[in-house]
Design a protein around this ligand. Structure first.
Ligand code: TYM
Length: 381
């Protein structure tokens, strides 16, 4: 098997998720835990059912806390390095399902500082523009405006600085070297930044549950090492795999390779063009061969995307899979199914985004909603 590499900044190669779980020291979500969660949530979720969210830390404890009435809260985030693609929306959609199901508070960190420090080519002004636009995309996902606080690191820092210092004081350079691979050429802002990504796990004394793709897990290792000594609980986390780039099942859909991603701003023609041109196909080279030999959905990106989120109906997905394997369904036809689904999704998303800005939802989640208001009145020490 080819080498693969997963860090919070970069994913390359064909990820062996079983191996990654061992390497990171997380646990796979087994059938028992999956059905417990669906039962408590009182509704099903396609990404959980199809094992796209596949790994966790202490998810069972977060569910225990929910059942015993102690409760938990949610925390996730986004680094505003550019416009958002569909891959970025995946953990957020799952987070919305969690908030709806469990009725809990949610904190969303927008790490303008992180992207400034880690991306040499990005200047402050463009990051601020991306942050503003990303926040509108995030608000469009439809979280509860009175139970959701979206904050930009550079703005909220005065409310959390003493707590951040406590986290920083507990974290040695040698830990960050081991966890993130920092070295002598890492700027000192970047070395300090992880303290800020840990801080929101302490916004409440309840247990925190973090929905994210597994690339962010290294931060939670640090959190879990120091949480109890600061008087808080070790965070729980639930991890997804990566939405693959259009070009194949290696790596992740990434902002740095524009044509391999579908952006939330891509119009209908662009989506069709991209999927037709770049989407890696498990089909055969000619129609005759395809009819005879059939296609391979396991390596086919359009099929993978349908199965991760765009075709939630199990029967329909099974039919697509069978027809593709048998050669009845051609590559071009499979791509058309995906194109229609993505476009339907994006048109609705953009409509919701417009409304989130003009209807005041963004304002509520950042400043005037119940939770946001309370957070601006709180100083963490
Ligand atoms: P960022 O902006 O790189 O990514 C935001 C979220 O999207 C996930 N993600 C993906 N999920 C599926 N498929 C993909 N191709 C894909 N690419 C990215 C990431 O795992 C993440 O959940 N440092 C963070 C910001 C942050 C954060 C957090 C994220 C701050 N606090 C707490 C999660 C939880 C970052 O730059 O994310």
């Amino acid at each position: 098997m080819a080498e693969f590499h997963v860090t919070p900044w970069d994913v390359s190669g064909k990820v062996d998720y079983d191996k990654l779980v061992k390497e990171f020291g997380t646990q796979k979500i087994d059938e028992g835990l999956r059905s417990r969660m669906a039962k408590l949530a009182k509704k099903d979720n396609v990404m959980l059912r199809r094992e796209y969210f596949f790994s966790h830390r202490d998810l069972n404890l977060a569910l225990d806390d929910y059942e015993s009435g102690k409760g938990f809260f949610l925390y996730t985030g986004r680094g505003p390095s550019g416009p958002m693609h569909i891959g970025h929306l995946v953990p957020l959609m799952f987070t919305k399902w969690l908030q709806d199901a469990f009725g809990v508070n949610l904190y969303i960190e927008i790490t303008d500082d992180e992207k400034f420090l880690f991306k040499r080519e990005l200047d402050w002004d463009s990051i601020q523009k991306h942050a503003q636009d990303n926040i509108a995309d995030i608000a469009a996902v439809g979280f509860d405006p009175d139970k959701t606080f979206i904050f930009k690191d550079s703005e909220y820092v005065r409310n959390v600085y003493p707590l951040m210092l406590k986290v920083a004081k507990k974290t040695t350079f040698s830990t960050t070297k081991a966890v993130f691979g920092f070295g002598n050429d890492t700027n000192i802002g970047a070395v300090f930044y992880p303290a800020y990504q840990v801080v929101p796990t302490f916004f409440e004394h309840k247990r925190c549950l973090i929905p994210n793709a597994i690339d962010q897990d290294p931060y939670w290792r640090i959190q879990r090492d120091i949480a109890e000594s600061l008087g808080y609980k070790k965070t729980a986390a639930i991890h997804s795999k990566f939405l693959p780039p259009l070009t194949g099942t290696e790596g992740k859909m990434s902002a740095s390779v524009a044509d391999t991603a579908v952006w939330l701003t891509d119009d209908e023609k662009t989506v069709a063009k991209k999927v037709n041109k770049y989407a890696f196909s498990g089909g055969q080279a000619t129609v005759e061969e395809h009819r005879k030999l059939g296609g391979n959905p396991d390596i086919d990106v359009p099929f993978q995307w349908l199965s991760i989120m765009f075709e939630p109906d199990d029967e329909k997905l099974a039919e697509i899979e069978a027809n593709y394997r048998s050669g009845k369904l051609l590559t071009g036809e499979l791509k058309q199914i995906l194109i229609a689904k993505i476009n339907e999704f994006l048109v609705e998303h953009r409509e919701r985004k417009k409304k989130a800005v003009t209807g005041g939802t963004v304002e509520k989640m950042m400043k005037t909603g119940k939770l946001a208001k309370k957070m601006w009145e709180t100083n963490f020490e």
